[in-house]
Design a protein around this ligand. Structure first.
Ligand code: SF4
Length: 459
């Protein structure tokens, strides 16, 4: 919404809201809360008191370093209750409510990083609060560090999930937790966020290191993958988004993370942020870090690779293709779709270099290549001329709804059709960025459509 408000201006935004409201049956609840806003004003339950060198329990200092920060009002602190993957049992909720009532009153706050915040804790009470939280399994340190991974529900419960974001986040948290004590501060300070699909509920686009789920076909199987999104800004009000660098099989993500963080620590210049390091390296070089992790072993060689994190089932147990001839089609498609991905990557590079027109053109070209890859599974003789490719794509996959996503309908196909019919005159960097994002979604939708049409079930 903030980008929309910035683009439209608050007056126009307000006008549109009121216009929309006119169409809805009136509901008093829209504004009723305005009369009781004062009821939500927070006042401390206990007077401020400093810790003043009092003895503290074991583990307190580690917890304090990451989970406590001073409140603006002297003598009070804000405590972040670190919830692994945002999880909290009903028993813990009751216990936490009891702790909150005694120390801070009725108000607790949830955060976008899936933690809970307690405000107005007198400094002198911090050791007692720590012990009480620890007793109910909520005393983990590491809030706001690399182990505090944000994840959407993904395939656990979300119908749109493509890969197991929670499974991956849990595995990364486990591995990072083991190394936490010896980890350089530069790594500890990074943020990881994971979404189960491109919809971004896990905020992967505003993390130092973000992942979102997708899948790729390997022979007659489907393999869970994650797109790697680097260099997003979670601070400064999520000031800039990261961009997708490439897709990596889910089972390779933990090792890839080790490689990326190790290289960052070894190569960073004094005071250089992760975002700065990614920018200095440039997208091409960053992609070379990913490349060794993209290979998929044969199913017979490593069946575990074909399972998602936290799922003991083979990801493609029902994914057997329709016949021998499918093998040839898949291999042609795979080759051609990888050209589309390569063109998409070049669009990202052009964007990095500040060339908006070239970036836009390449994003468009990548959609054309992806569309052509799909068309050629039905009509190998289609040419390369854009009008012919788009016309074939429209007839065979849009009008028939074969390309349609179960939930998004024809939205992704529309990205190509609109761009083909209305090329922008002078795209700026913002427009080029959007074109690249749309091309990414179009390519993902092409993968999904091809797998669906050729006999692989895509969830
Ligand atoms: S990002 Fe995708 S998988 Fe995750 S909650 Fe949103 S729609 Fe569901």
């Amino acid at each position: 919404i903030k980008f929309l408000v910035a683009q439209l201006g608050i007056e126009e935004f307000r006008r549109l809201v009121f216009e929309e409201r006119e169409k809805l049956p009136h509901d008093d609840r829209w504004t009723a809360y305005l009369g009781t806003l004062a009821d939500y004003a927070e006042t401390p339950v206990k007077p401020a008191f400093s810790l003043n060198g009092a003895p503290v329990p074991e583990g307190f200092h580690d917890w304090q370093e990451t989970n406590v920060y001073p409140q603006r009002q002297a003598g009070y602190s804000v405590v972040t209750v670190n919830l692994p993957l945002g999880d909290l049992t009903s028993w813990q909720m009751f216990q936490l409510a009891d702790v909150a009532r005694r120390y801070v009153g009725d108000n607790v706050r949830t955060t976008v990083e899936q933690n809970i915040v307690l405000r107005w804790i007198p400094d002198a009470d911090l050791p007692a609060v720590y012990e009480e939280l620890r007793a109910i399994g909520l005393g983990d340190p590491g809030a706001g560090t690399i182990v505090d991974i944000t994840s959407c529900p993904g395939t656990d419960t979300c119908k749109l999930g493509i890969a197991s974001s929670r499974g991956l986040a849990g595995e990364l948290r486990r591995r990072l937790g083991v190394k936490n004590a010896t980890m350089p501060d530069a790594i500890k300070e990074l943020r990881i966020k994971v979404s189960g699909c491109f919809n971004s509920c896990g905020q992967h686009h505003v993390a130092d290191i973000g992942f979102f789920g997708n899948s790729r076909r390997a022979g007659n199987y489907k393999v869970p993958h994650f797109q790697v999104v680097l260099g997003g800004q979670w601070h400064e009000n999520a000031g800039s988004y990261g961009l997708a660098i490439g897709a990596v099989p889910a089972k390779n993500i933990p090792d890839l993370l080790d490689t990326i963080t190790n290289r960052y620590v070894q190569e960073r210049q004094r005071g250089e942020t992760f975002q700065g390091w990614v920018t200095r390296l440039g997208r091409k070089e960053v992609k070379t870090i990913l490349d060794p992790f993209t290979a998929i072993p044969e199913y017979e060689e490593n069946p575990l690779f074909y399972r998602d994190w936290g799922d003991s089932r083979t990801y493609s147990i029902d994914d057997i293709g329709v016949g021998e001839c499918a093998g040839e089609v898949v291999s042609l498609f795979s080759m051609e779709i990888s050209r589309a991905e390569s063109e998409h990557f070049d669009a990202l590079v052009a964007l990095d270099e500040g060339s908006a027109s070239l970036a836009d053109q390449r994003a468009y070209q990548s959609m054309l290549l992806a569309a052509r890859a799909l068309v050629r599974t039905q009509n190998p003789n289609v040419g390369t001329e854009p009008d012919a490719v788009v016309q074939e794509f429209r007839t065979r996959f849009y009008d028939t709804k074969l390309f349609f996503d179960k939930f998004a309908g024809g939205k992704f196909a529309q990205f190509l059709l609109d761009r083909h019919e209305n090329p922008p005159l002078n795209p700026d960097l913002h427009a080029a960025h959007r074109a690249i994002e749309e091309a990414q979604l179009f390519i993902e939708a092409t993968h999904a459509a091809e797998a669906r049409i050729n006999g692989v079930i895509v969830r």
